[in-house]
Ligand binder design. Structure first.
Ligand code: HEC
Ligand code: HEC
Ligand code: HEC
Ligand code: HEC
Length: 340
């Protein structure tokens, strides 16, 4: 599975941005079990929200397309990325201590909240990417963080905690395997070069969001230069609009019942939305290929406004495929930058 993502080469501007960030949201009291509403607000302040303009979200499609909604609801695309609610979290958080070498993580649950007591994830991130060198004898600072988001619902689940710089999300160093019912160090389930000990140095917003959400935008770059991660999403997980494109205009057009009956009787589809079955076959396959293939990822896709590809467009205009047998300039550039 790990072949899907490019090993993260330290990204210098991003590293600098993360290093310079003066951790805001200091008042966020992770240890307290908060009441429902204030808990939701506190969590919302630390995670990317589903607010991207033009995107309606799946909840709005159900009334008119109940069968397609039900079929999508049964699959794993929907639950690829979720906020860390009791319904989403599958790992064992019953006062578990996990160790990997010298480092230990203690997992616990209070009410509806899941916690990790761990090495301060931002400190660890900076050490992993070589941005910070601990002084001799310096102990790693520890922090109690609430689990904010989860990745996966099929074979395994990875977890995220707020980095507390904008809404960036840093990884928990352990992943839960469903079949084995156990935690494993993350580096043992995500493929990485053998001489690299850690594969932990990941910022969800710039590494995973582009294939694990619907129309996510990293938004790590500020317009006038400078950095702050303020990612937004069409929707968590891979929802209708990942494959059909933004649907706000389609819903608005179909508020008129006469139009609905006319289109339905005519049976020739609706030009306000993309149906992969009605476009050229290659274009249809590219709807899936935007995530199920290795493509070139520009700095803007990784850090800026995200993908500009929308279903129906020609994928390789914005994301050329990295084909080992037919090397493109993009592949040659990647290979030159990182021969591993
Ligand atoms: C290029 C697109 C892409 C990127 C980027 C990407 N993934 Fe994935 N990921 C996928 C696809 C596609 C699958 C499904 C693979 C399969 O089923 O064979 C997947 C599967 C997974 C799974 C298994 C889920 C389950 O339910 O069992 C996990 C965990 C995962 N990815 C984590 C990550 C993390 C963490 C990142 C960021 C560091 C990331 N992925 C980045 C496309 C991507
Ligand atoms: C992973 C991609 C993907 C997702 C997610 C997805 N669809 Fe589709 N959808 C397709 C494809 C591909 C087709 C064409 C099916 C075919 O070839 O027969 C389709 C067809 C349709 C059609 C045309 C009628 C039909 O059934 O063929 C409707 C309506 C539709 N989808 C609605 C939805 C809604 C609503 C959601 C979310 C609740 C959704 N889709 C989620 C890929 C997707
Ligand atoms: C107010 C009703 C309404 C809502 C809400 C709605 N649709 Fe539709 N949709 C229609 C009608 C009407 C058609 C065309 C008639 C038909 O195919 O039955 C249609 C057709 C489609 C098609 C097939 C288009 C084609 O050319 O084959 C897709 C795909 C689709 N809708 C996706 C969505 C998605 C995704 C959402 C939610 C984001 C959504 N729709 C919300 C009414 C609606
Ligand atoms: C926005 C990114 C994205 C798009 C678009 C996308 N996928 Fe996926 N797909 C994923 C990820 C991530 C997973 C891993 C989910 C899991 O298994 O937990 C996945 C898993 C799957 C799986 C295995 C799990 C399952 O639900 O059965 C299949 C099959 C699949 N995708 C087919 C498709 C097809 C076909 C299309 C196009 C019609 C498509 N995908 C479009 C990202 C995407």
């Amino acid at each position: 599975m790990a072949a899907w993502f490019r090993p993260s080469r330290p990204n210098r501007p991003l590293v600098l941005a993360l290093a310079l960030a003066v951790l805001p949201l200091a008042g966020w009291a992770a240890a307290r079990h908060l009441d429902g509403a204030s808990r939701d607000r506190a969590l919302a302040a630390t995670v990317p929200q589903e607010v991207r303009a033009g995107y309606a979200t799946s909840a709005r499609c159900e009334a008119c397309h109940p069968a397609q909604y039900a079929s999508w609801h049964r699959g794993y695309h929907r639950t690829m990325t979720q906020y860390a609610t009791p319904a989403a979290v599958r790992g064992d958080f019953a006062d578990v201590t996990l160790r990997d070498g010298d480092s230990a993580v203690h997992l616990s649950r209070r009410g509806d909240d899941f916690f990790a007591e761990m090495v301060d994830p931002m400190w660890q991130y900076q050490v992993d990417i070589g941005q910070r060198t601990p002084a001799p004898g310096e102990a790693a600072p520890r922090a109690l963080r609430r689990i904010s988001m989860v990745t996966g619902s099929h074979h395994m689940q990875a977890y995220w905690v707020p980095g507390n710089e904008g809404n960036n999300q840093l990884s928990l160093p352990f992943t839960y395997l469903f079949d084995d019912r156990r935690w494993v160090p993350r580096g043992q389930v995500f493929l990485h070069p053998p001489e690299q000990d850690h594969y932990d140095e990941q910022v969800w917003n710039v590494s995973c969001l582009r294939c694990h959400t619907t129309a996510g935008q990293p938004l790590a770059l500020l317009p006038g230069g400078g950095w702050k991660i303020e990612s937004v999403l069409g929707e968590n997980g891979i929802a209708c609009e990942a494959c059909h494109g933004p649907a706000e205009a389609h819903i608005a057009a179909n508020q008129n019942p006469l139009r609905r009956y006319w289109l339905h009787l005519r049976g020739a589809g609706d030009p306000t939305i993309v149906n992969p079955a009605r476009i050229a076959p290659a274009r249809g396959a590219e709807v899936c290929g935007q995530c199920h293939s290795l493509t070139d990822v520009s700095a803007d896709i990784e850090l800026g406004a995200g993908k500009t590809y929308v279903p129906g467009a020609e994928l390789e205009r914005t994301q050329p495929l990295l084909r080992p047998l037919h090397p493109t300039p993009a592949l040659e550039r990647y290979a030159a930058e990182d021969p591993l």
